[in-house]
Each structure stands twice: as C-alpha cells, then as structure tokens.
Design a protein around this ligand. Sequence first.
Ligand code: NAI
Length: 479
Amino acid sequence: ALPTMDYRVADLSLADFGRREITLAEHEMPGLMAMRVTYGPQQPLAGARIAGSLHMTIQTAVLIETLVELGAEVRWASCNIFSTQDHAAAAIAVGQGTTDAPKGQPVFAWKGESLDEYWWAATQTFRWPDGQLPTMILDDGGDATLLVHLAAKHQGAGTLPDPADATNDEERALFGALRTSLEEGIVDWVAVAGSIQGVTEETTTGVMRLYQAAQEGSLLWPAINVNDAVTKSKFDNIYGVRHSLIDGINRATDVLIGGKVAVVCGYGDVGKGCAQSLRGQGARVIVTEIDPICALQAAMDGYQVATLDDVVGIGDIFVTATGNLDVISAEQMSQMKHQAIVGNIGHFDNEIDMAGVAAWDGIKRITIKPQVDEWIFPDGHGVLVLSEGRLLNLGNATGHPSFVMSNSFTNQVLGQIELWTKHDTYPVGVHRLPKHLDELVARLHLDSLGVRLSKLTPKQAAYLGVPVEGPYKPDFYRY
Ligand code: NAI
C-alpha cells in the first residue's frame, strides 16, 4: 500500500454502488477469479509497479484488484475521456477504506474529462511516490506507451514539445501536458523509460502502433500483444461488440433498429460483431470494406457490400469499425438522411471527420444530452453523432459485459506475469502469449457456461500429432 493516497475521481460517495457492481462482476469473471486462486499465494507480481491506461469500468476494477492480489502496485487512468464509470473509479479509490479515509488504489479518471485533463491523468500514472519508478505498463490503445516514449525523448534531448506544432486537438493536449510535466520536472521520464520492463497492449489500434514502433526501431521495451490472443480478439472484439454496440445505440437514441438500414464500415473482428448485432435486431446491414478477403466474407455472410458513397443517402445508422482514419467525411455526413445516426466503435475518434463537421459553414450543434449531439446542416437536416465520434459503446453505454472482459483481462494478467517474471526471455519487440495460455483462458470460462469438453484419446492425439492436453492448433490456424 502507498504511504499517501492520491487520486482524482468524480465522486467518492459512489463507491458503495461501485462495490456492489464489482461484486456482481466478480461472479461473471471466472478467469480473473481463477487467477487470484491460482497465483495469489505465489505473488508473481510482487515488486511490479504497473502504470495502467485502460477504460476505468467495473470490469477493469476487477482486473485492477486481481493485479493487486497478485502482488502488484498500480496507478490507473482511463484511456478515453468518456469511458470511465464514476462508481467504478470511486470504489477503486476507496478500496477497503471509507470515503473519508480512502485506502484503495491511486486512480485518475472521471467521465467527461477534457483532453488536457486526460493527458494530465495519464502523466499521474507515472508519478510514483518516494522516488519509486513504474516497472510495467498495461495499455489500451498505446497512449501510455506513446507518452513515455515522447517524454523520454524530449527530456533526453533537453527539448520541450511545442503545442503549436500539433496537427490536431489530441496532440495539442498531449504536447501541453508533456511540456508542463517536463517544466515541473516532477517525473524523471528518462528514468521511467529505463525502469519499464515491458508493456501489455489490449487493442488492435495499440498493437498497430507497437508494430510500427518496433519496425522503425524506436520501441524501448518488450511488448505483449494481448489483442491477438484468440481468446481476446475473437471474443471481445466480436461478441463483446455484438452486445455493447446496440447497447450504446439504444441508450443514446432509443430508436427502433429493426427495419432500418445500418451501414457498418470495416468487416474485421469488430465489424463482424457490429453486423451480427444489428442484423439480430432486424436491421438491413450493408458493409463497406477495403480488403477483398473481408469484403468476400461479408458477402458470404449475406450482407450487401457497397462503397460508402453509394449508400450514404439510404443509411439510417452508420458505424465505423476500421481502426483507420477519415472513414466518414463531413461531406458524406452532409448527404445523409435527416436524423441519421453516426457513431464510431473503433479506438480513436479520427474515423469520423468531426473537425470537418464542426467547421462546416452554417452548421449548428444541439446537445440532446451528454454524448448525443444533433448537428444541423444549413439545409435544415440533422445528423445525430454519438460520443463526439469516440467509441460509442463505452461513451454511450458501459462497454463490454464482464464475462467477455474476463477473457481479455485474464490474458492481460498472464501477459503481465510473463513479462514481469521472465523479462529476460522476451527481447525488445512485440510478442504473443504462447498458445497453451490462450487455451487455458478458454478453459477457465467453460464451467460457468456448463460446457462439457470432449477429451482426445491418446490414439486420436497421436493421429492428429498433438499432445492430449494441447495445444491443439498450429499458430497459423485462424479459428
Ligand atoms: P481489424 O483489423 O480486424 O478490422 C478492421 C477492418 O477495417 C479491416 O478488415 C480493414 O480492412 C477495414 N478497413 C480499413 N480501412 C477501411 C476503410 N477506409 N473502409 C472500410 N473498411 C476499412 O480490427 P478490429 O479488431 O476489428 O478493430 C477495429 C477497431 O476497433 C480498432 O481501432 C480497435 O482498437 C477497436 N476496438 C474497439 C473495441 C470497442 O470496444 N469499442 C473493442 C475491440 C477493438
């Protein structure tokens, strides 16, 4: 436990509500609870000081408390300005203490941060007390990793980032927070960069950033690509999204989805989950893709595949799920039907050109409620934008439910244990968890669903050329 409790959350009095929901979530997170039982006594994360940057939700609270039960110390921020569940953050701050004397974990997260506050919170996760340094990063989208790389580079060269050099608001806020932190000199970023042993990364976009850094030779530490564990991207990105996409649309708009035309941009894992959930509600789903394989998959799954320009005037609901930028332009939004709904479920807000919409000549913004805006074009037609173009399932709803996040987060815990206890065996670069751990994560989630697994006979195992106890598939198998 830390000698001084520092935190910033919206409202500590929400802690009891948060704790009640954490207790419910624990029952739905058998993988994480099994980690506590199996590894708790060994304390494999003893000595690890983890800087965490991941949506501060109820499910993340169970992850945080699992890491702590395994011996780690943590400091936490959210990886999105709208995704924090304030009762979860409060419960983590209060811990075993009271609202008057909180004794939980240092957490810096609240729903509706400004961009400046977001990057301030990120820097706080690296500001450990008593001259201690963080030793691990647990990242979602790569912002914490980016922050340390950039800060250490500037501090090492004796330079300061200039917000005037930024190309967008996000960067301007990052450069500003970094500049303040370098001027204050409270965090020794070069020392932080040197003490980090590794990073585990949650999502497709963060993994893409890691591979790019590794390729250009700038990556400082070994990284574990949690996203591409089968029990992560083939579950969270598909089934998690299948649940939380329509949850977000419903809570935001309450519009009947059945009968509508829904356009899903991107038919990767997340896009597949989106298309399934919208079809499940009775929407007619149209997919856009740039990859011929995914386009063909969408067609074989029974979806019309079109270009956005071809369908921009007939869609009622548009969802971007590409992890790419500039997918829906302001021009395209100007051509949509009155009260078309536009939302993004990819990691960053650059999929929809919100800056272009805001700068549209004569446009008016009416905030219907937090995270739901109607943008009215000069011709009088309006488009409903969810969460200002940030991931709508976490901005308008509560993200993925516990059971699927238990799969993702069990991989996170295993990744942290791997990198912390065996960092000598992981060179700088991007690694995936070994397949036997992927299969273990799945195994831990079978019992609570009543799954009865068949067992290979030794003769069958020999015939297939796999061990009776697994792993069962080669690395190139695609599930
Ligand atoms: P993916 O790589 O499997 O799929 C993205 C697809 O978009 C690819 O098939 C690609 O060909 C396609 N694409 C790229 N540019 C396009 C364009 N201009 N038009 C149409 N299609 C285009 O990635 P995945 O795992 O589906 O993730 C997508 C995004 O969602 C990432 O940013 C990821 O970090 C994020 N994500 C969000 C979650 C959430 O809860 N909101 C959960 C998991 C991932």
